[in-house]
Design a protein around this ligand. Structure first.
Ligand code: SF4
Length: 343
C-alpha cells in the first residue's frame, strides 16, 4: 500500500471545496420526482456542508416556451417555499432566482459567440420540446447556452446531473474549453456528479414524472388527494389479479419504495409481490404511510414559512450570487475586449 507524502497531505488540506451549481425550473409546486430525484440529494449536500452549494430557480429558462407572466411569478414563489421547506436552508447555501442576477443573460450572449450553431441543433431537448409545435422560439434553440452561462458565471466545478442533462453539461464543458482557448484560461471545466437516485416515473409508469405530462403528485398535496393519485398509479401491467405474481423490478411503486421505505419493507414488497400475497393497493398503502412519515416534518416547516421570509432569503441569495457574478463578468469583458469602462 502506498504511503501519502507529506507534500500531498499538505496539498489536500489546502484543496478548495467544490462549488456545486444546480438549477431547477419553476414549473409550479415541487412534485415527488423533483424531490426524490434531485432536491433530497441537494439537502444532503447542504447539510453535509463539505462543498459550497448554489441553487438557482431558473425562471429565464421557463420563458423559452409560451407561458403566462402572472402564473410564472406565482410558480417562482411556490417553488421557493417548497425548496426551503424541503431543507434547502438559505442560511447554509445560496438560493436565488436566475433573473435577479442579470449577468446570466449577459454572459449567455457572449458565450453564444463561441458556441457553434450545429451543436445547438443536435440538442435532444430542443428536438423533443420543439417538435410539432406551431411556435418555436429562438430562445428554445439557444437555451443550452444560457445553461452554460448559469454554470460558468460562478466558475462552478461540479454540477449534479440526471442522465437527460449530460448532453447540456458536455456543451458547458466544451464552451469553457472554447472560451479559454480563444481568450485565455478563465473558466474551470465543470464536472458532472451523476445522481445515483432511482429514476421516478410518472403515475402513468411510462415517462419521467413531469408537470407538462400531467403525471405528477405534488409533494405538498393534501393527504387525501395524494392517496387518490397514488392509488391509481400504474403498476406491473401483467398483474391483473392479486393471485398473479408481480415483477417489482419493473414497477414504479417499488422504485418509490426503494426511495422512501426502510430496507425491511423493500424486502417485504419483493416477497409479497412475487409471491402474490399483497395486492397492489395494499402495497401502495404501505408506501403512502412511508411517504407520510417523510413528509410530515416538511409540511410542518412549510406551514410555518411566511412569504416575506422567503422573499428576504431570495434577496439575500441574489446579493451573494451577484457578488461572484459581477467579478466574473469583469474578467470576461476584459478578456473579450468589450466595453469602455473599467468596472
Ligand atoms: Fe408493484 Fe407493489 Fe403491485 Fe408489486 S405489489 S406490482 S411492487 S404495486
Amino acid at each position: 500500500m502506498s504511503q501519502q507524502s507529506p507534500l500531498a497531505s499538505t496539498l489536500d488540506m489546502t484543496k478548495k471545496p467544490a462549488r456545486v451549481f444546480s438549477g431547477i425550473q419553476p414549473t409550479g409546486e415541487l412534485h415527488l420526482g423533483n424531490y426524490l430525484g434531485a432536491v433530497r440529494t441537494w439537502r444532503a449536500q447542504v447539510e453535509e456542508g463539505k462543498d459550497e452549494t448554489m441553487f438557482c430557480i431558473v425562471d429565464a429558462h421557463a420563458i423559452t416556451v409560451p407561458y403566462e407572466a402572472a402564473e410564472l411569478r406565482a410558480k417562482i414563489d411556490a417553488f421557493a417555499i417548497d425548496l426551503i421547506a424541503c431543507g434547502i436552508d438559505p442560511e447554509k447555501t445560496t438560493l436565488f432566482v436566475q433573473s435577479d442576477v442579470r449577468e446570466h443573460t449577459e454572459l449567455a450572449w457572449y458565450l453564444a459567440s463561441v458556441t457553434p450553431y450545429g451543436d445547438l441543433g443536435r440538442m435532444t431537448q430542443f428536438k423533443d420540446k420543439g417538435e410539432g409545435k406551431e411556435f418555436v422560439s429562438a430562445a428554445l434553440f439557444t437555451y443550452p447556452v444560457l445553461m452554460s452561462a448559469d454554470i460558468l458565471l460562478y466558475k462552478a466545478t461540479v454540477v449534479p446531473v440526471g442522465e437527460d442533462q449530460v448532453q447540456h453539461l458536455e456543451l458547458a464543458r466544451e464552451t469553457a474549453r472554447r472560451f479559454n482557448h480563444r481568450f485565455g484560461e478563465l473558466f474551470p471545466e465543470p464536472k458532472p456528479r451523476l445522481s445515483n437516485t432511482p429514476r421516478i416515473m410518472g403515475l402513468d409508469g411510462d415517462s419521467k414524472m413531469s408537470k407538462s405530462k400531467g403525471n405528477t403528485i405534488s409533494l405538498f398535496e393534501p393527504k387525501e388527494e395524494f392517496w387518490n393519485k397514488l392509488r391509481t398509479a400504474f403498476t406491473d401491467p401483467q398483474r391483473l389479479r392479486k393471485s398473479d405474481p408481480g415483477r417489482p423490478e419493473i414497477c414504479n411503486i417499488y422504485t418509490m419504495h426503494k426511495a422512501v421505505s426502510p430496507k425491511e419493507t423493500q424486502d417485504e414488497v419483493v416477497a409479497n409481490c412475487t409471491g402474490a400475497k399483497w395486492g397492489c393497493v395494499e402495497c401502495k398503502k404501505v408506501l403512502f404511510e412511508n411517504f407520510d412519515k417523510e413528509l410530515v416534518p416538511l409540511r410542518t416547516k412549510r406551514e410555518a414559512l411566511s412569504m416575506d421570509h422567503v422573499r428576504q432569503a431570495l434577496g439575500d441569495g441574489a446579493s451573494k450570487a451577484r457578488r461572484i457574478a459581477v467579478e466574473t463578468m469583469k474578467e470576461v469583458r476584459s478578456a473579450m475586449g468589450l466595453g469602455s469602462l473599467s468596472t
